[in-house]
Design a binder for this molecule. Structure first.
Ligand code: FES
Ligand code: FES
Length: 157
């Protein structure tokens, strides 16, 4: 049986102290304790990428990470990408390209593209595809999502 522990966690620049089961995943804490429901639960098995967040700036599947293991690292969710209610450049590109249908996968794609553009401002199509290869979309066929990234990279007008 899981014990409960006090967990200190920094998410989107805000510090929180919460009590959670030692078995709680980061995804559960984000959605259920912190009400940050932009991070989605798809497969809950590390396959679909819907739960992707940044932990210390690196991509992480929050469904596979125990909250107690986050420790002193900082977490960024999709809510933290659009602070102050302004869409980021990645979000604007996805909207402009019509890359969002049901939108369930979109937060994971936003995080993956934000991570890519942070290190590679002008990625080529292959780099974009590789960066998005861990994220599944059931609706869009990926074409518009890749086009959005290419527009942002300045490869399309
Ligand atoms: S919900 Fe985490 S990878 Fe699918
Ligand atoms: S837009 Fe529906 S799953 Fe991607």
């Amino acid at each position: 049986m899981s014990e409960r522990l006090e967990i200190d966690i920094e998410v989107n620049g805000d510090s929180h102290q919460i009590t959670a089961l030692t078995s709680a995943t980061l995804l559960e804490i984000l959605r259920e304790a912190l009400n940050l429901t932009g991070t989605k639960r798809g497969c809950n098995h590390g396959v679909c990428g819907a739960c992707t967040v940044l932990v210390d700036g690196k991509l992480a599947r929050s469904c596979l990470m125990l909250a107690v293991d986050v420790g002193d690292r900082t977490v960024t969710t999709v809510e933290g990408i659009a602070r102050s209610r302004e869409f980021s450049a990645v979000q604007r590109a996805l909207v402009k390209s019509g890359a969002i249908q049901c939108g369930f996968c979109t937060p994971g794609f936003v995080i993956a593209l934000t991570h890519l553009f942070a290190s590679t401002p002008q990625p080529h199509r292959d780099a974009i595809r590789i960066a998005l290869s861990g994220n599944l979309c059931r609706c869009s066929g990926y074409v518009k999502i890749v086009e959005a990234a290419e527009q942002l990279a300045g490869m399309r007008s």
